[in-house]
Design a protein. Structure first.
Length: 162
């Protein structure tokens, strides 16, 4: 079952990268532009290392039901976030001048619901396998990235939204 869980998450991330690339290209063709790209490589590195660590250490470990159920609930939240932001979802900070902020779905209550989902995923998936060290390490690394990312995104959106 561990293989299936990791294959699902890895496949999901790859599909999301393709979707993000398509959305980014379309937004740029419509006059949008990328800002604060300097930390993007670090995001990719941390997320890739997280997945690699899981593939290396989760195989053959028992599945803990409570973290698995919580992770499944977070997956529903992920789909809600992506459905709510739709074609504007990317993995980069892409700004389209004059565009208003998304205000439906979880965006009614949270400025950055996708980051909340990612925070939960980064902790919960290793927890599913009892890999608490990986859960804590990558949660701390992700927190460091978000301390750069969220202010950069918020600033860009404030400057350029409609």
């Amino acid at each position: 079952m561990g293989f299936a869980i990791l294959a699902y998450v890895t496949g999901q991330r790859l599909v999301e990268l393709l979707l993000a690339r398509r959305n980014t290209q379309r937004l740029i063709a419509e006059g949008a532009f990328e800002v604060a790209s300097g930390h993007y490589g670090l995001i990719v590195l941390v997320h890739a290392a997280w997945l690699i660590a899981l593939w290396l250490y989760a195989q053959g470990r028992p599945i803990l039901v409570v973290p698995l159920v919580l992770f499944a609930i977070v997956q529903l939240a992920r789909f809600w976030v992506l459905a709510s932001i739709g074609r504007r979802w990317t993995t980069r900070i892409i700004v389209k001048p004059g565009e208003t902020l998304v205000a439906r779905g979880p965006y009614r209550w949270f400025a950055h619901p996708n980051y909340l989902v990612v925070v939960c995923e980064i902790f919960l998936l290793p927890a599913v396998f009892g890999l608490w060290e990986i859960a804590i390490l990558f949660s701390l690394l992700n927190a460091g990235i978000l301390m750069i990312r969220i202010p950069a995104e918020a600033s860009a959106l404030r400057r350029h939204r409609g």
